[in-house]
Design a binder for this molecule. Structure first.
Ligand SMILES: Nc1ncnc2c1ncn2[C@@H]1O[C@H](COP(=O)(O)OP(=O)(O)OP(=O)(O)O)[C@@H](O)[C@H]1O
Ligand SMILES: [Mg+2]
Length: 212
């Protein structure tokens, strides 16, 4: 038996958490208890790595070190949590996964894309999502939604960084259209309808039918 592995990607404030929570409650309504995970984190080791990454004392963290910390958290999560849950037939929903590292450390920070992909493949032991949802939003809009008070103070450079991430995500989605679905920013219920349509085939394989 094999479960369903769904990941959500997109810039900051693109609506990932909003849609994941709605998806989780829709799944529960049809009798399926999904496993919700976030990256970095989801394991004791991963939460420790998360604390290192978020600690303001670690400002100036080297991008390669940053990439490897994300990879360490991901290796622990995929081996000890995601893989066993999928083997047990569960629906696993991850708020960010390996693609985030390609987008942020690769396209965003400019690390070699193939190297980042190689690190990901090693860390995940080749475990790739069945379906990846890209919530696509203009970075200025997403950042404004996430942190309204901070938005004005964002420097141009920071916007450019997020614009590279957005373009990178779109490129990744285009390169692997059978795995990715791009959903553009719209009203939350319009996004939700697109999400249900995108997930229907993969959920159906597991015998799950969502009410739209
Ligand atoms: N479709 C939408 N239209 C307008 N506002 C939205 C939409 N979806 C979410 N929001 C709002 O935008 C903000 C960010 O949404 P959310 O936290 O779901 O994004 P996120 O991608 O999880 O962000 P983060 O990267 O910070 O975790 C929230 O205030 C949320 O209510
Ligand atoms: Mg979130």
């Amino acid at each position: 038996m094999s479960g369903v592995f769904i990941t959500f990607e997109g810039g900051d404030g693109s609506g990932k958490t909003t849609q994941i929570l709605r998806l989780a409650s829709a799944l529960r309504e049809v009798g399926c208890e999904p496993l919700l995970l976030r990256e970095p984190g989801g394991t004791v080791v991963g939460e420790g790595v998360r604390d290192i990454l978020l600690d303001p004392r670690h400002e100036g963290l080297d991008p390669v070190a940053e990439t490897l910390l994300f990879a360490a958290s991901r290796a622990q999560l995929s081996a000890t949590v995601i893989k066993p849950a999928l083997d047990a037939g569960r629906v696993v929903i991850c708020d960010r996964y390996a693609d985030s590292t390609v987008a942020y450390q690769g396209y965003g920070r400019g690390l070699d894309l193939d190297t980042v992909r190689g690190v990901n493949a090693w860390a995940t032991r080749g475990l790739v999502p069945d379906c990846t949802i890209l919530l696509d939003v203009d970075p200025a809009e997403g950042i404004a939604a996430a942190t309204p008070a901070e938005a004005d103070r964002l420097e141009r450079e920071e916007i450019a960084f997020h614009a590279r991430i957005r373009a990178g995500y779109l490129q990744m989605a285009q390169a692997e259209p059978e795995r990715w679905t791009v959903i553009k920013r719209d009203r939350a219920d319009v996004v939700w309808a697109a999400l249900v349509a995108a997930l229907a085939p993969v959920l159906e394989r597991a015998g799950i039918r969502l009410e739209a």
